[in-house]
Write a protein that binds this ligand. Structure first.
Ligand code: NAP
Length: 284
């Protein structure tokens, strides 16, 4: 049956976006809201509560959707349980049974270090948030996924999974792990949803800007050989960490690819890593 409003193809769908208080997650939340999806906006730090609150209020008003926010650490079973219970409560007024249509596993952390400086605590924390978190969330959400293949899970990976950047033994490993889980989930959840990963390269914002001068120097050659990263007249001002004459992605550009994968036309794509990096890596 066609959606009642073709301009709002995600109308009445419920989307959970982790790490949506800011950055790429906030842009994804806005993209999905603009297509009519109702949102659960997740974040973890108390200091981000106002940001999440403002975002939820603005999106609800601007796009005429339901949006609520929940502080929960997705890297713990308790945090994920809190998130799911919150989503159930938020959807309680709906007459239909509780269903999670879209999950965007976006929350992530990066803590680069060369081999001799990597600590067990750093390894465990990064894998806890970037790998265990999405696993726990998908596990807890599984009973509530659609039964007609209309669901969508998008995991936010990174070009770091495949480029072997210096200092990213741990972060790159977590992103390779989420791509591996994407392929397994695409089979195990085939009757429920498509499951894909999206792998940005450098994106505007604090995560990329926090990289060390050594990392930024090492990645320069990659950036200069990336087809779409040469700046054009009219481009928005760039993070000063980008090499002269180049630009990273805007959060909106990444959100556009994620939004595209959430639509009905993407129903035949599953188990893929969809490149959203201006051609920085060309997977085959
Ligand atoms: P960001 O600006 O640092 O935002 C991270 C978000 O994740 C925040 O909303 C943060 O919440 C949330 N978060 C962190 N740990 C969490 C936890 N344990 N539970 C729940 N939420 C948590 O990051 P970003 O640049 O937007 O990156 C988003 C995703 O894209 C990450 O997976 C990252 O690895 C990936 N990525 C980023 C780039 C890049 O250049 N930025 C490139 C490739 C891939 P609080 O606000 O509460 O801290």
């Amino acid at each position: 049956m066609p959606p009642s409003n073709p301009a709002r193809p995600l109308e009445n769908k419920l989307a959970i976006v982790t790490g949506a208080s800011r950055g790429i997650g906030a842009a994804i939340a806005e993209n999905l809201a603009s297509r009519g999806a109702n949102l659960i906006i997740n974040y973890t730090s108390a200091s981000s509560t106002d940001l999440a609150n403002d975002l939820a209020s603005r999106l609800a008003q601007e796009y005429n959707i339901k949006a609520s926010h929940v502080q929960a650490d997705i890297g713990t079973p308790e945090g994920v349980q809190k998130l799911i219970e919150f989503a159930k409560q938020a959807a309680a007024s709906n007459s239909s049974k509780f269903q999670i249509d879209i999950i965007i596993n976006n929350a992530g952390i990066a803590d680069n270090a060369p081999l001799p400086q990597i600590t067990t605590a750093q390894f465990e924390n990064t894998y806890r948030v970037n790998v265990l978190g999405p696993l726990l969330l998908v596990q807890a959400a599984q009973p509530y996924l659609p039964q007609d293949r209309s669901g969508r899970i998008i995991n936010i990976s990174s070009v770091s999974s495949s480029c072997g950047f210096v200092g990213q033994s741990v972060y790159g490993g977590t992103k390779a792990a989420i791509e591996a889980m994407t392929r397994t989930w695409s089979r195990e959840l085939a009757e429920n949803c498509t499951v894909n990963a999206v792998n940005p390269g450098p994106v505007e914002g604090p995560m990329y800007a926090s990289n060390s001068p050594e990392f930024l120097e090492n990645i320069e050659g990659w950036i200069k050989h990336t087809p779409l990263m040469k700046s054009r007249e009219g481009d928005e001002p760039q993070d000063p960490v980008m090499p002269a004459g180049t630009r990273g992605a805007t959060t909106k550009e990444i959100a556009g690819v994620v939004g595209m994968l959430c639509g009905k036309d993407a129903k035949w794509i599953t188990g893929q890593v969809v490149c959203a990096n201006g051609g920085m890596v060309m997977l085959h």
